[in-house]
Ligand binder design. Structure first.
Ligand code: GBH
Length: 488
């Protein structure tokens, strides 16, 4: 099997979805334009010290005012799909349907219409982290009020855009929302707490909100609109630091259970996984708490949440080497998981310290999802790499990354039988990399954020990715002449 290492020649199935992604707060700017409400990220970035260099999304890539330019970039890439998100406070400034901002609704109609006119299908995320501040003021993801508000918001979007949008993603990365927003506090709304239980509460409400949105679509819109809807989960792939040591093998499994499994289990299998339930309960009680810090779903809730997916949305970037660590009786997520990680020194670095290039982990993760979660159709909703420091448009590391990661996805598909239905490059253009500001650049297109016009310039990876898209993978050069040969 030559493809085990080196390159597998072959194409994805016909109809494979080739996409690239952005998120509203990271690109739109226009933070106060035309009646938009404030989001938790507006507040967070305006709080000194929260974001590197105190960067913010006030203008970002100014995509709110650059619709035609951005559509041109997508055409240049020849993608069949575009993954974008809608800013909840831009359409519902106070988070409720009592107050609709029609100017914001019009903006998204213009974006979606322009995509369709270019024969690019929108894949729309309802929530990519920019919660209306008005909802945060009522407890945000810590209060179950948000579940009703999110259901209403979703219902509103399906009613207004569902004739045009056939791919919906309810929520982007519940893991990050819960853990960074309400556990570590490094992302908006910046809440941390001791003993650490709030990230589990936030995650609990995110799961419920997702399920309600899925049911609204399923009950009220699916028959007529005929789209697909699911959630996007992010996960690293974990290998044991020492593959011959049982303790490390167990640590790698625990890493997966506490990362992907935290959210995939309730949605794809029903309820939290047993290791999380047992470990968090035992550690909570041992510390003298009255009950587990992990909330429980009622049997009715378990049934309502289970099966709320039409595909498995996956964001993946990197792999880690896991080993077991005893954190004593500290009551937080890391101590519950009892795992620390390092990276392999042979994995190339990127512009983000958390991201090392490890393509094989992508294949293993896709195979793991197939085996663990019932062989779902897998839509890769993000995958990509960054650089930082001086601008260099000759981004060979990105072409290297895409060639190798996409080829591992092809192996997962052709060799392992994982049902990969689409691939999405993060990101269309350099944008606000959340708490890391504009310093970490994930774009296929470079954006000069010091120029008032925010000009976009293609990096060398643009024609490279376009060739893969146009050729639907990597057709074998031996199968006759074609112009699918990419060189680094
Ligand atoms: C995705 O998150 C997001 O969906 C997307 O918006 C984002 O731009 C992209 O990835 C690239 O990061 O700075 O050490 O505290 C992926 C998960 C969450 C991983 C934040 C890095 C910061 C780690 N990312 N995390 S650190």
């Amino acid at each position: 099997e030559t493809a085990e290492f080196g390159k597998l020649w072959g194409r994805f199935a016909e109809g494979f979805m080739w996409s690239t992604a952005t998120a509203s707060y990271q690109i739109e700017g226009a933070w106060r334009a035309d009646g938009k409400g404030i989001s938790i990220w507006d507040k967070f970035t305006h709080t000194p010290g929260k974001v590197l260099n105190n960067d913010n999304g006030d203008i970002a890539c100014d995509s709110y005012n650059k619709l035609e330019v951005d559509i041109g970039l997508l055409k240049q890439l020849k993608v069949t799909h575009y993954r974008m998100s809608i800013s909840w406070p831009r359409v519902l400034p106070d988070g409720t349907i009592n107050n609709i901002n029609e100017a914001g609704v019009d903006y998204y109609h213009r974006v979606i219409d322009a995509l369709l006119a270019a024969n690019i299908q929108p894949q729309v995320t309802l929530y990519h982290w920019d919660l209306p501040q008005a909802i945060e003021d009522q407890g945000g993801w810590l209060s179950d009020i948000v579940v009703d508000r999110f259901r209403d918001y979703a219902d509103f979007l399906f009613s207004r855009f569902g004739q045009k949008v056939k791919f919906w993603i309810t929520i982007n990365e519940p893991y990050i929302i819960a853990l960074l927003g309400y556990g570590y506090g490094s992302f908006a709304p910046g809440i941390s707490h001791d003993p650490g239980s709030l990230h589990y509460v936030a995650g609990h409400n995110v799961i419920k909100a997702h399920a309600e949105a899925w049911h609204v679509y399923n009950d009220k819109y699916r028959a007529e609109q005929k789209g697909r809807i699911s959630i996007t989960l992010n996960s690293d792939w974990a290998e044991p630091r020492n593959p011959y040591k049982q303790e490390d093998i167990d640590a790698a499994k625990r890493y997966m259970d506490f990362f992907l499994g935290w959210f995939a289990n309730p949605i794809f299998k029903g309820d939290y996984n047993e290791p999380m339930k047992r470990i968090i309960r035992e550690r909570s009680l041992a510390a003298g708490l009255e009950k587990s810090r992990l909330p429980e779903f009622t049997p009715a809730e378990i049934e309502r949440i289970k099966g709320t997916h039409d595909f498995f949305g996956l964001n993946h970037y990197t792999s880690v080497l896991a080993f077991s660590v005893d954190f004593g009786d500290t009551q937080n997520y890391d101590a519950d998981r009892g795992v620390a990680v390092i990276s392999d020194r042979t994995w190339l670095e990127s512009g983000s310290n958390w991201l090392r290039i490890a393509p094989l982990g992508f294949r293993k993760l896709l195979k793991y999802i197939k085996e663990e979660y019932g062989d779902p159709p897998i839509l890769v909703t993000e995958n990509g790499v960054s650089e930082n420091g001086p601008v260099d448009l000759n981004d060979e590391h990105r072409s290297f990354f895409y060639e190798n990661y996409i080829n591992e996805a092809l192996k997962a598909n052709m060799t392992d039988g994982a049902n990969v239905i689409g691939y999405t490059a993060w990101s269309l253009m350099d944008n606000l990399e959340w708490a890391s500001g504009y310093g970490e650049r994930f774009g296929l297109f470079y954006v000069n954020h010091t120029n008032a016009d925010r000009p976009r310039t293609p990096k060398a990876s643009v024609p490279f990715y376009t060739t893969i898209v146009r050729c639907n993978g990597f057709p074998d050069p031996a199968d006759g002449p074609h112009d699918c040969t990419n060189s680094l």
